[in-house]
Ligand binder design. Structure first.
Ligand SMILES: NC(=O)c1ncn([C@@H]2O[C@H](COP(=O)(O)O)[C@@H](O)[C@H]2O)c1NC=O
Length: 511
């Protein structure tokens, strides 16, 4: 008896040549409306699903293949006498091969002017039902959801007259990944519509962007997945112009650099080492901004990652070229700049679109046995309720510096202290177990330059010791959250030294 193949695809890429091969391999083809038309137009004989079911497509295509003549043919165990008898009794013909891809739900909701009605209409029902049925029955049925697999199926059919069991199982697993991801997109869309905050189960879908050679260390396996329809202003959307493949640590550090450079509208440059900023600079042009980021810590920047928020010009490229950097990220590079930087074989040059992107995304942190989920920390000083409890108030210049410091300290691992002026960091204390420890590191790094500089702390001072250390180093203004039961001690100390202290009321822990 002739074998049957059912073809019903939205994405018709490669479908007519696949259908032709199947026809030549002796399959009888059955198909839904649009697919049948496409196949028929290329001169290949094909039955319509309604010929098989004896029932027309109804409800504007909402019901086409949802029928026992189809699903009986997909779900029967072909070598089970009981199943065989039932197929014969009900005159159901078995289907050995299924090729289905789904209504483009993701592409539909990606459209700016998409309506809910449009989105709902693009939820495929019959397609996933056929895919899941045939994937469940892969012992007997070959199921193809991805056009890039058509050739594997054809090759195996040509070679051995059948598709190997291992291949059928792989294709079935792919189908279940595909339908799970598809449903996950729908569930996210629907949860957003209904404003679900913490759904009882979390279904997310990410697509493979890159297999990585290893993770944080060579003995850890790793891969980089990208959120479909995620933020475009991100490392996940970078274009690599030059250099070796990105590593796990590169991607993580590049993300940290991008998050900081996003804080600035004026020309800014950020240098990252081990996901903390070692230098941040701003200026009237990108050359000046980078020069300051470099001078902020001209030692640690070596082997670092630099993100700049303006096109890299030839002058900046020459300066970047002088040091060993792993990655440079920018909105663009001038031709001359590219020529200069491409002189280094290994430096990775990336561009990303520096356009504001308000897509709501959540941050996942995996722990053994679980997952922590939170919003990204997008809180800015503009949202904060500021108080200035000290006798001295910040001067305009100090204010500028305090705002700069607050933008940076938010992205430094806690306990975080940044010492800076209005255009560059001078010292960064990151990830210490006590706050004064971070302050000492930052102040020591700033050295003489701490005189007249400001200090930012990502959270409140539990004691007045940080104020004291800052004052002794020459700091003239401080920004911190406030909220300690001992705030009064810190305020008193600031007053004693004539320091202005701004309280934001909001902290920026980063763990
Ligand atoms: N409702 C059904 O019975 C049904 N059966 C198949 N489909 C989908 O219809 C699409 C193909 O339609 P056409 O061949 O008419 O272009 C495929 O994406 C397939 O997944 C259906 N549509 C949606 O649910």
């Amino acid at each position: 008896m002739k074998k049957r193949a059912l073809i019903s695809v939205s994405d018709k890429t490669g479908i007519t040549s696949f259908a032709k091969e199947l026809h030549e391999l002796g399959f009888e083809l059955i198909s839904t409306g649009g697919t049948k038309k496409a196949i028929q137009e290329s001169g290949i004989p094909v039955l319509s699903v309604s010929d098989v079911t004896g029932f027309p497509e109804i409800l504007e295509g909402r019901v086409k293949t949802l029928n026992p003549y189809i699903h009986g043919g997909l779900l029967a165990k072909f070598d089970e006498p009981g199943h065989q008898a039932q197929l014969e009794e009900h005159k159901i013909t078995p289907i050995q091969l299924v090729c289905v891809n789904l209504y483009p739900f993701q592409a539909t909701i990606a459209k700016e002017d998409v309506t809910v009605e449009d989105a709902i209409e693009n939820i495929d029902i019959g397609g996933p039902t056929m895919l899941r049925a045939s994937a469940k029955n892969h012992q007997y049925v070959t199921v193809v959801v991805d056009p890039s697999d058509y050739s594997i199926v054809v090759d195996e059919l040509k070679a051995a007259g059948e598709v190997k069991f291992e291949t059928r199982r792989k294709l079935a697993a792919k189908v279940f990944r595909h339908t799970a991801a598809y449903d996950s997109m729908i569930s996210q869309y629907m949860s957003d519509l209904s404003g679900e905050e913490n759904p009882e189960s979390l279904t997310v879908t990410y697509e493979l962007k890159q297999s990585l050679r290893y993770g944080e260390n060579p003995h850890q396996k790793a891969a980089f997945y990208r959120k479909p329809l995620g933020s475009s202003f991100s490392i996940a959307n970078a274009t690599q112009l030059h250099g070796k493949e990105l590593s796990y640590n590169n991607i993580n550090d590049a993300d940290a650099a991008i998050q900081i450079v996003k804080e600035f509208t004026e020309p800014a440059a950020v240098a990252i080492k081990h996901s903390n900023p070692c230098g941040v600079g701003t200026g009237e042009d990108i050359f000046t901004a980078f020069t300051r980021a470099f001078e902020a810590d001209s030692v640690s920047i070596f082997g670092g990652i630099v993100a700049l928020n303006r096109e890299v010009d030839a002058g900046t490229a020459k300066k970047l070229h002088e040091i060993f950097l792993e990655i440079v990220i920018a909105p663009s590079f001038s031709d001359e700049a590219l020529e200069v930087l491409k002189g280094k074989k290994n430096i990775r040059l990336l561009t990303i679109p520096f356009t504001k992107d308000d897509k709501k995304e959540v941050k996942f942190t995996s722990i053994e046995g679980g997952l922590l989920v939170q919003d990204f920390d997008r809180y800015s000083l503009d949202d904060a309720t500021i108080t200035i409890p000290t006798d001295k108030k910040p001067t305009d210049e100090e204010w500028e510096a305090l705002k700069f410091g607050w933008k940076v300290v938010k992205h430094v691992k806690s306990n975080a202290i940044v010492v800076n002026n209005k255009e560059m960091t001078l010292g960064v204390g990151a990830g210490q177990m006590n706050r004064v420890g971070s302050a000492k590191i930052a102040l020591e790094q700033a050295g003489e330059k701490a005189v007249g500089a400001v200090l930012a702390s990502d959270a409140f001072f539990p004691m007045d010791d940080t104020v004291e250390a800052a004052a002794k180093a020459g700091v003239t203004a401080i920004i911190q959250t406030g909220g300690s039961i001992r705030d009064e001690d810190s305020i008193k100390k600031a007053n004693e030294y004539g320091i202005a202290m701004v309280l934001t009321g909001v902290r920026h822990f980063k763990h």
